[in-house]
Design a protein around this ligand. Structure first.
Ligand SMILES: Nc1ncnc2c1ncn2[C@@H]1O[C@H](COP(=O)(O)OP(=O)(O)OP(=O)(O)O)[C@@H](O)[C@H]1O
Ligand code: SF4
Ligand SMILES: [Mg+2]
Length: 326
């Protein structure tokens, strides 16, 4: 296995108390595989990714327990210099906002080239050629000319391609893309997503795709982990989850995707708000919003039940949920 996150906990010390942002998350992704991580705002998707990348704000952040195994070695317990090497060259991250991730006063060629001069000791000339090559790979037209331009001279979609090129530069084994297309127009979103999926296959990388949009992952992901209040509530192969969700929260997410065949039908929205992470409800953390909740759910916190060898759900009544959509 390329990456295994095991029972990860992350908390933040704030003036109001301890925010439990990640509460025992486990997921894994193999080479050539795409894991989509899904969930509403504040469910801990980014914080988990930041822990993997080693870019958490510590303090106020703290990792009280857990393991992050990269090719079997725990990044959280690795010697600093080795850890930096792994994270610098073998894991790359793509963020939502390319404009604030790129340096406005350097040309894109300089920024792409720096990946090679700094990390691989390449000459300026060779690095420039590699930069053009990368821009062509992410299908930026007229790469030879545009390599001299500055980030603001590119459209949002083209800038996001540059971010993908930066991430690919050192041929990492794992890419974490955190809402890579959220800031883009819908049509451009699909193009960038397709490109990312294609490059992931070509390079046989692991990809963790973080999104709150179930609609975009159907075609690109192999499996899905759904997060709620800092936990995984359901994991499953992508086609199975679309056919029949095994957790009421996933069920709600699926019902809130716009569908072409149901134009005009009112979109279902999951009622209520995600919990305050300073005071996560007793029992099942989803109980205040769950249409299937009953007495047991108020005090008995569901474990992640095995639904099948490849599926799990943190709902006492997963079978009922599964049967409902069959
Ligand atoms: N530096 C920090 N200090 C305090 N709390 C933080 C900090 N960073 C994140 N949090 C909290 O951790 C929780 C999880 O945040 P996270 O960014 O992982 O959510 P997310 O699932 O990525 O949401 P979104 O879809 O909005 O990006 C949130 O409640 C957030 O307020
Ligand atoms: S355990 Fe209860 S509250 Fe939680 S998701 Fe299942 S039915 Fe809903
Ligand atoms: Mg986020």
């Amino acid at each position: 296995m390329l990456l295994e996150v095991r029972d990860l906990h992350v908390e933040f010390a704030t003036r109001d108390g301890v925010v439990k942002a990640v509460n025992g998350v486990s997921y894994d992704v193999d080479a050539g595989e795409t894991l989509a991580v899904l969930g509403e705002s504040g469910s801990g998707k980014s914080v988990t990714a930041q822990a993997i990348m080693g870019i958490l704000d510590m303090p106020p952040g703290r990792i009280p327990s857990g393991e992050i195994l990269f090719e079997g070695q725990d990044l959280l317990r690795m010697k600093e210099d080795r850890r930096r090497k792994v994270r610098g060259a073998q894991i790359a991250m793509i963020f939502q906002d390319a404009l604030s991730s790129l340096n406005p006063v350097l040309t894109v060629g300089q920024q792409l080239g720096e990946m090679f001069t700094v990390h691989q000791g390449m000459s300026q000339k060779d690095a420039r050629a590699k930069a053009v090559d990368l821009m062509e790979r992410v299908r930026i037209p007229a790469a030879k000319e545009r390599v001299r331009q500055y980030p603001h001279q590119f459209s949002g979609g083209m800038r996001q391609r540059i971010m993908i090129a930066m991430a690919l530069a050192l041929e990492p084994k794992l890419i974490i893309a955190d809402e890579p297309t959220t800031a883009l127009d819908v049509t451009v979103q699909a193009q960038v997503m397709d490109l990312l999926a294609e490059l992931q296959r070509e390079y046989h990388m692991g990809l963790i795709l973080i999104t709150h949009d179930l609609g975009v992952v159907a075609d690109v992901a192999d499996k899905i982990a759904v997060m709620y209040a800092g936990r995984i509530v359901e994991t499953a192969p992508v086609h199975e989850i679309y056919k029949a969700p095994a957790h009421p929260y996933t069920e709600g997410l699926l019902q809130s995707i716009p569908r072409l065949d149901q134009k005009g039908r009112e979109l279902y929205a999951i009622k209520g708000l995600p919990p305050n992470l300073l005071h996560i409800p007793d029992g099942c953390s989803f109980n205040p919003r769950c249409p299937r909740a009953r007495e047991r759910c108020l005090h008995d916190d569901p474990p992640l039940y095995e639904v099948s060898p490849t599926r799990a759900s943190a709902c006492h009544y997963w079978k009922e949920t599964l049967d409902a959509s069959r």
